[in-house]
Design a binder for this molecule. Structure first.
Ligand code: AMP
Length: 479
């Protein structure tokens, strides 16, 4: 099948050709003709399957007819995170370059003044995160009665982030006669219910979940004999130094790990920067841009912050540890070896990671070669115990669990699921009265500062000398 057979107009086809695509991906081939005809689609597909173009291309085609009216967008696209929303916007620009369509973006970190001016003039497409959209709607800055098509991208992530009530509210504000496209990597019961409630006879398009890694990626596992953080960081550096890295992404399972790894890499002369949900939006955007432009060699990321981000041509992926969810391994290493290029991935596995690694191997059904950088084994054997761990034990005053001052277990904060970008960690639907976007941003900033202080407390040695266990680190803590 070729793109010419899908029913797209010449302007869209020209842009697709310039993007270098020769054949539509399965989700594009199945969804595009149906969307062009105005039908609803439930697309079960994850990033990397070409799903963004599967809705952006026919949308541009459809929007080419008709005109936008002031404050009344014609197409509304909801995305769970700012980065994903910005990425959809980029796709619109790329594929819509030969169609005169206007677009506004309602996400944190983008000046609302400029977007409001665009809305006032009338936009064809409005791309937004649900929280921001509701804020602006409630301020009376927006009319949703002109929306002809609603697109919900990454619906299951919306569910994880507590956005479903917002989405239901938004759906109830739209004209009942409209086209609704819903894309989700998985279909948990809540999303199935959402689809049943808000779609009309949708065409179900399912693209099989990749459980196979691309052959263009050479995978390695780096096994280390210790669970010590310092040993892991040393192993990571040695692996990086033994490869010819043009640019690489280092994936960590926890936000705090991201910060510590970046600090360690920088300290040892590596060009690395962090991206995770607790960092200010402006910093995240700037870091990503630097990485895309080739001005930054190593991007250290959490899964949530990096998911769905389209960074073409990455030479290496490093897993600081196997991911907690097996299928994230495919997402992660799929950042390299794209579009026929070759790439390498390295996963560091300590004894404590063995179980997670076994899960990954079961899923990919492939053997992964072991790699040990020269001299690493000897270096690890000579390492003194990790200072960070010792001081953490001291700072904790000898309590066996990692607890904050309120006695709450800190472990929960470290779970990857909690790593949603700051704006999404405060589902506004829980409050009867909505805060303004600015107020909300300020509050997240305060929370972030507070959390950073908490982290500092843990990472720094107790100023007033030995506390709790003193120099002794009990075995269960090391484990
Ligand atoms: P997505 O699943 O939308 O995140 O797309 C993943 C990547 O596939 C992006 O880099 C797109 O530019 C690329 N892509 C989308 N459609 C095609 C196609 N038909 N042929 C080749 N690459 C594509």
């Amino acid at each position: 099948m070729t793109f010419d057979e899908l029913g797209l107009g010449p302007n869209v086809l020209k842009a697709v050709k310039e993007a270098g695509y020769e054949t539509p991906t399965p989700i594009q081939a199945q969804a595009i003709p149906h969307v062009i005809l105005g039908g609803d689609v439930t697309g079960i597909a994850q990033t990397g399957t070409g799903k963004t173009a599967a809705f952006v291309l026919p949308m541009i085609h459809r929007l080419a007819r008709g005109r936008a009216r002031a404050r009344m967008p014609r197409c509304l696209i909801l995305a769970p995170t700012r980065e994903l929303a910005a990425q959809v916007a980029e796709n619109f620009e790329k594929y819509g370059k030969y169609n005169k369509l206007s677009m506004a973006l309602l996400i944190g970190g983008v000046s609302f003044k400029d977007q409001d001016r665009l809305l006032m003039a009338g936009v064809d497409v409005l791309i937004a995160t649900p929280g921001r959209l509701m804020d602006q709607f409630e301020r009376g800055k927006l009319l949703l009665t002109g929306v002809e098509t609603l697109i919900i991208d990454e619906a299951d992530r919306m569910l994880d982030m507590g956005f479903i009530p917002d989405i239901e509210k938004i759906c109830s504000l739209l004209p009942p006669k409209r086209q609704t496209l819903l894309f989700s990597a998985t279909m948990p019961p809540e999303i199935t219910r959402l689809a049943e409630k808000f779609q009309t006879l949708p065409k179900r398009v399912e693209v099989s979940r990749p459980t196979q890694t691309a052959d263009t990626i050479t995978q390695y596992v780096v096994k280390i004999p210790s669970n010590d953080d310092k040993a892991k960081r040393t192993a990571l550096r040695r692996v990086i130094e033994s490869c010819e890295v043009k640019n690489g992404i280092v994936f960590c399972n926890r936000k705090r790990e991201v910060d510590v790894v970046v600090k360690s890499l920088n300290k040892h002369g590596h060009d690395a920067a962090a991206i995770h949900g607790d960092l200010p939006q402006a910093y995240r955007t700037q870091t990503l841009e630097r990485f895309r432009d080739g001005d930054l060699k190593l991007l250290v990321a959490s899964d949530v912050a990096a998911r769905g981000l389209d960074v073409p041509d990455v030479s290496h992926v490093f897993n600081y540890a196997p991911p907690p969810k097996d299928e994230d391994y495919i997402h992660r290493i799929g950042r390299t070896g794209r579009a026929g290029r070759t790439g390498e991935s390295y996963t560091i596995v300590s004894p404590g990671d063995e179980k997670a690694w076994a899960g990954v191997l079961r899923m990919i059904k492939k053997d992964v070669a072991e790699f040990t950088p020269e001299g690493l084994a000897e270096e690890l054997a000579d390492l003194p115990p990790d200072e960070t761990r010792r001081s953490r034990a001291k700072g904790r005053g000898g309590r066996g669990r990692d607890r904050d001052r309120g006695g709450r277990s800190r472990e929960r904060e470290d779970q990857p699921r909690e790593e949603a970008p700051a704006e999404t960690r405060e589902p506004a639907h829980e409050k009867p009265e909505r805060e303004s976007g600015e107020k909300r941003e300020r509050r997240s900033e305060r929370n972030r500062d507070r959390k950073r202080k908490d982290d500092d407390l843990i990472l720094q040695p107790a100023a007033d000398g030995v506390k709790g266990f003193g120099e002794h680190v009990p075995d269960f803590l090391k484990r």
